[in-house]
Ligand binder design. Structure first.
Ligand SMILES: C[S@@+](CC[C@H](N)C(=O)[O-])C[C@H]1O[C@@H](n2cnc3c(N)ncnc32)[C@H](O)[C@@H]1O
Length: 403
């Protein structure tokens, strides 16, 4: 059986893992039948394999680049009962992994530790995305995390001054303290995969009328720091914008080839320098690759049907969304935040998801979104139209269920 090695972003392999492949097969068969007006097939009664779980909209940082700035600090949070009941319902329906993220900052939720315990107790893989200001709360549950679970810190800088300008954190929060706390967690439980996340900001990006603090020059220093503080990897991604009007995530506000070329060259040079003596893995996001290869337009060309929504959704205080890029966007909302609370609510939400798969035209709606799921959506699309038997899909060993 094929192994899933270093294929974090190879979603088509992830969907062929032993515990997941039946979901994929049923989905493909249903989708084929749906396109054939002579056949009727019931929508597969399977929940998502993976969810983004936004615990709260509250955040204790004020990052000027925050792609979610329009939906944070609304006073909304998911309550513990809703979370527990939703986890129970979804686990019964096949959920295998949870990413605690935001919206806001997961570690400011009153019940953060209990939620991690609950997810792990249900046998789910757990990923945590945090600004790192409350790592003592992660430390509290670090021993529960297993091989495959991960902690990713949104650092985006290598120098204190840039860190401060990029996050506007509260008093007494320093980059050095965050890095030291992270190393302590890694040393207490080496099974946790520890990530240093770096949103690359270049000159001339404005968000909410303010220019963001560029950080390209610090890329190699960040890689050195990551090695020093026992991180496993640094993951680089480009700064996304939410285009006014559409509210959807995108890259570069106005096309300007000369400016883009010089930014890309600068990023390339700094990444090359960083790779020279790197002691940690360097990951580059799908959209960073596309940006550097000058084919971002390709990631904006989606098939009509977004297939990924069948396998991964977002549960947030403001509702259930069919895609992380549509957090807080009415077009992506398929239910209230209690949409997975029990079987009855799940069935209703699942019905709305079926409708979304039928009605949401990703080729139009997502033509400005630099989509992470572009490749897997096209891969499924081509498989559906190939007419090949689903039995030809090759199974991959179980490993990583994060989507
Ligand atoms: C909005 S944050 C919320 C979770 C947590 N508070 C944190 O700081 O990681 C979730 C992720 O979005 C990323 N992010 C925020 N603004 C972004 C942007 N403009 N472009 C790309 N990623 C962004 C952050 O780096 C972080 O990894």
């Amino acid at each position: 059986m094929e192994k899933l090695v270093q294929k974090e972003h190879d979603f088509s392999a992830k969907l062929r893992q032993k515990s997941v492949i039946e979901n994929l097969k049923e989905y493909i068969l249903w989708e084929r039948a749906r396109r054939d007006s002579h056949r009727k097939e019931a929508f597969p009664l399977r929940g998502p394999i993976s969810i983004n779980l936004d615990l709260t909209s509250a955040c204790n940082f004020r990052c000027p680049h925050c792609v979610d700035s329009g939906i944070i600090n609304t006073g909304e949070a998911l309550d513990l009962d809703t979370i527990r009941q939703s986890i129970d319902t979804l686990t019964e329906k096949g959920l295998l992994s949870v990413i605690l993220i935001g919206g806001g900052e997961p570690t400011v939720h009153t019940d953060f530790e209990e939620i991690v315990r609950y997810c792990r107790g249900n046998g789910l893989q757990v990923g945590i995305v945090t600004n790192g200001s409350r790592l003592e709360r992660v430390e509290e549950v670090a021993d529960l995390l297993q091989e495959g679970d991960w902690l990713r810190l949104s650092i985006d800088a290598a120098r204190e001054e840039t860190f401060f300008k990029s996050h506007l954190p509260g008093k007494n929060v320093t980059l050095k303290k965050i890095l030291s706390d992270a190393r302590q967690i890694k040393q207490s439980n080496p099974k946790i995969s520890l990530g240093y996340s770096y949103v690359i900001v270049w000159e001339g990006i404005f968000m909410n009328g303010k220019e963001l603090c560029p950080n390209i020059d610090e890329i190699h220093e960040a890689v050195e720091l990551a090695g020093e503080y026992a991180f496993d990897y640094v993951s680089f991604k480009p700064c996304l914008l939410r285009l006014d009007g559409s509210k959807k995530e995108s890259l570069f506000s106005k096309p300007d080839a000369e400016r883009e070329n010089s930014i890309i060259q600068k990023i390339r040079d700094n990444l090359t320098k960083a790779k020279e003596n790197a002691q940690v893995a360097i990951l580059e996001s799908v959209n960073l690759h596309a940006m550097m290869d000058r084919n971002v337009h390709e990631l904006k060309r989606q098939p009509v049907v977004c297939h990924s929504q069948f396998f991964r959704t977002v549960l947030a205080p403001s509702g259930v969304f069919h895609c992380p890029a549509y957090r807080g966007v009415p077009k992506g909302r398929i239910a209230n935040s209690d949409g997975y609370k029990n079987n009855e609510m799940f069935n209703k939400t699942h019905g709305a998801l079926e409708q979304s798969i039928r009605d949401f035209d990703a080729s139009q709606e997502c033509n400005v979104v630099v989509c992470f799921y572009h490749h897997v959506n096209w891969w499924i699309e081509h498989f559906i139209s190939s007419g090949k038997s689903v039995d030809e899909l090759e199974t991959v060993e179980d490993n990583n269920f994060f989507l």
